[in-house]
Design a protein around this ligand. Structure first.
Ligand SMILES: *Cc1c(COP(=O)(O)O)cnc(C)c1O
Length: 725
């Protein structure tokens, strides 16, 4: 059959569609869309770190038009664009049914960081990843939602390890031309510019819009010619610089962010502060109300009714505190516009408002000026009520108004392509009952159904997916990770010799029980804990019949020398102990590395000092890939673990003494590892299948995967906190 060449109109339409697609992060959770960009240039896709906008720039307009004359390719493009447009236009979302009022008055979600995709590195860790996942699910659910953050033009740091195994940091400029952001323009096509008072200066800023499916996220950027250089650099880096930079970034985020929304005509029903960094927005809301005639007292009460606050950590350093002098300095210009004594403002950030020496705490401000607040797991809710009870002196601790909503992940965004394709094929080939039932219930929108308990409930059924198939999938994913790690480790060499190519292809064992640990190297996460029993771990690693290996990754905060020492220890062991070859450290942990690791490892290790891991989310990313958690009963795992769906370290309690806790936890970790994990993994039947292990994987998928999603989480936020009853 000969096909007619595309007409000029058809071509123009596809080219324009391609451009629009590359500038909406929807592609980062649509497998077919990613496949298109990869097909355009497999090499650029890899080298440009899966950045669709940059890949499209690599391909000339002429080449694109020629390539689209390939009918197969054009057909796939058309189908993806069709799905994309249908997604954008969808009018039957969960929120259309359950929270239509939020379309007119959306939720404004303020966060100092957002982690959407590896090509836009403006997140430092779990907080940002959660914000990104929250946004993606808000889009999927059709929630009225806008995000606010900063445009860090050097992003978060890239990690390199020097010859002393010490972490060093470097920065790659983020080029707005080459990432999926668009300038925010007014009706005449000029940039929307706002101002905010910082110190004694008026600082100008403009904004970039990130399209995340159906919802916008605005990134504020002070890099404007009107500003002095040090203000132009205010938005250079995520949490860059000292506390002066920090407070100025936070003034911009909270006060500037609110002003931008006003300028854009957005009238939020709720201002959601994701962590205390954004809490200055409450001051701006108070100022607005006083400017229209309200008293301070009334303005405060009305502002309180508009705000919601989520706290994310019991770790002290995670709560910004500013000295009275710094507050006075940074807010002097702004304060002039507020007809309130400065002491009253300071009082809003103090546990004891009359203590002139108490620093100003952003968490206290957020708690005092919000109608409700929450922690991010059941245990963290409890811990937070205890932590902040002095703010509510006449309230018994269990009545302190801090609830909880347990975190989740955006499933489709985290599910590796290999696995998405596996489930899709599975559904398609199960021709008879399964697919029919599926089609009737959900239509062909399997993407929408992936969050449903029905889908994961099927994993209990060997008729739907056999032990053999699941085990084969595990092998495939482990191999993909090992090959990824080998390439990364080779590239990590300061000098590569010809022999290295072969040497590195022998690293790591595709048959070994593979244990992953990848997190920020905050000391409370205790990265080296498992190596406290070094001799025993070496024995496990060297067992010919039941080998165990470890893959580590993670960044320490640039000023956290203790965290850097942990990195140094792990790398040292990986190079100079008997664990060499059985333990590797992958540099530059980010979303891409995380996705490879949570999918390829068999065990996801989590051993924080309880109860400091407020929730943790990386362990939630593992389940849909059949990787299981081995974790302290802290954060989400205390709720998730039921005795059949992974492994627990120790009990639902912990000693108060830190040294004692470390000793007990390390012993318990070793015990669970040797008495449960290793034997179960290597207990193979005549067909070579570890039946009990695979059964546990099924339980993981049935009980955990649909539970710990941002789909569930955003619905909870909406019904519990966003909707004013
Ligand atoms: C998921 C994720 C995190 C959060 O992990 P925790 O479980 O909270 O330690 C941090 N960084 C990256 C890159 C992630 O993908």
């Amino acid at each position: 059959m000969t096909r007619k060449p595309l007409t000029a109109d058809e071509l123009n339409e596809l080219v324009a569609g391609f451009g629009k697609l590359s500038r909406n992060l929807w592609w980062c959770w649509d497998q077919e869309a990613q496949d298109l960009f990869q097909e355009l240039s497999p090499r650029a896709w890899q080298d440009l770190y899966h950045n669709a906008a940059a890949v499209l720039h690599e391909v000339s307009d002429y080449e694109l038009r020629v390539r689209l004359q390939d009918a197969g390719f054009a057909g796939r493009v058309r189908s993806v664009l069709h799905n994309f447009e249908a997604y954008l236009a969808e009018k039957k979302t969960w929120c259309h049914q359950h929270a239509p009022e939020l379309h007119k008055n959306p939720v404004a979600y303020f966060s100092a960081e957002f982690g959407f995709h590896e090509s836009l590195p403006i997140a430092a860790g779990g907080l940002g990843i959660l914000a990104g996942d929250h946004t993606k699910s808000a889009s999927d659910l059709g929630l009225g939602f806008v995000g606010i953050s900063l445009f860090y033009r050097e992003g978060y740091f890239q990690q390199a390890i020097d010859s002393n195994n010490w972490q060093t940091e470097f920065y790659n400029p983020v080029d707005p031309q080459n990432v999926p952001v668009e300038p925010v323009l007014d009706a005449k096509g000029g940039r929307v510019v706002c101002e905010v008072e910082i110190g004694m200066s008026r600082v100008h800023f403009h904004a970039w819009r990130v399209n995340v499916g159906r919802v916008p996220v605005y990134l504020l950027d002070t890099n404007r010619p009107e500003n002095e250089q040090h203000f132009r650099d205010l938005t250079l880096r995520v949490y860059g610089g000292d506390s002066t930079t920090r407070i100025m970034q936070e003034i911009l985020l909270g006060i500037g962010g609110t002003r931008l929304l006003r300028k854009l005509g957005v009238e939020p029903s709720t201002f959601h502060m994701n962590e205390g960094h954004a809490a200055f927005l409450t001051l701006e809301l108070i100022r607005e109300k006083m400017a229209s005639g309200k008293s301070f007292f009334d303005a405060l009460a009305a502002t309180k009714a508009q705000c919601h606050f989520t706290t994310h950590t019991p770790v002290e350093a995670g709560h910004d505190r500013f000295t009275p002098a710094l507050m006075d300095y940074a807010l002097q210009g702004y304060h002039a516009s507020l007809s309130v004594p400065f002491a009253d403002i300071m009082g809003l950030g103090r546990v004891n408002p009359t203590d002139a020496h108490e620093p100003f705490c952003m968490t206290v401000l957020a708690l005092k000026v919000s109608r409700a607040a929450n922690g991010v797991s059941e245990l963290h809710g409890e811990v937070s009520r205890e932590m902040w009870k002095s703010l509510y002196p006449n309230t018994p601790v269990e009545k302190v108004p801090i609830g909880h909503i347990t975190n989740g992940i955006h499933l489709l965004g985290w599910m590796k392509g290999t696995v998405r394709k596996f489930w899709q094929k599975k559904l398609a080939s199960n021709g008879d009952g399964a697919v029919k039932l599926w089609d009737e219930k959900y239509g062909h929108e399997w993407a929408a159904a992936i969050n449903h308990t029905d889908f994961w409930g099927k994993m209990a059924d060997p008729e739907f997916v056999s032990d053999e198939e699941l085990w084969a999938l595990r092998y495939k994913l482990r191999r993909e990770l090992i090959e990824f790690a080998r390439r990364r480790l080779l590239l990590q060499q300061h000098r590569v010799t010809a022999g290295d190519f072969i040497r590195f292809d022998r690293l790591l064992n595709p048959d070994a029980l593979t244990i992953g640990f990848a997190r920020r190297f905050a000391t409370y996460k205790r990265a080296p804990l498992v190596f406290h029993q070094l001799k025993n771990i070496v024995k496990l690693a060297h067992d010919k019949h039941r080998p165990v290996q470890f893959i580590y990754a993670g960044k320490a905060h640039p000023r956290d020398d203790e965290g850097k020492k942990f990195i140094q220890q792990v790398i040292h062991l990986s190079k100079h102990s008997e664990l060499a070859g059985h333990l590797v450290f992958l540099e530059n942990y980010d979303i891409h590395v995380a996705r490879q690791m949570v999918s390829g490892c068999d065990i996801w290790l989590n051993n924080p000092r309880r109860p400091l891991e407020a929730s943790g989310t990386s362990g939630m990313k593992s389940g849909c890939h059949g990787c299981m958690n081995l974790s302290i009963l802290d954060g989400w795992w205390r709720e998730g673990y039921d005795g059949t769906n992974g492994f627990a370290i120790g009990h639902d309690s912990h000693p108060d003494n830190i040294a004692e806790q470390d000793r007990v936890d390390s012993a318990n970790l070793y015990q669970t590892l040797t008495e449960q994990v290793v034997p179960m993994f290597f207990d193979r039947d005549a067909q070579g299948i570890p039946r009990a292990w695979v059964q546990r994987i099924r339980r993981t998928m049935v009980t955990l995967v649909p539970q710990f999603t941002t789909d569930r989480m955003v619905k909870e936020y909406t019904q519990k906190y966003y909707q004013m009853k």
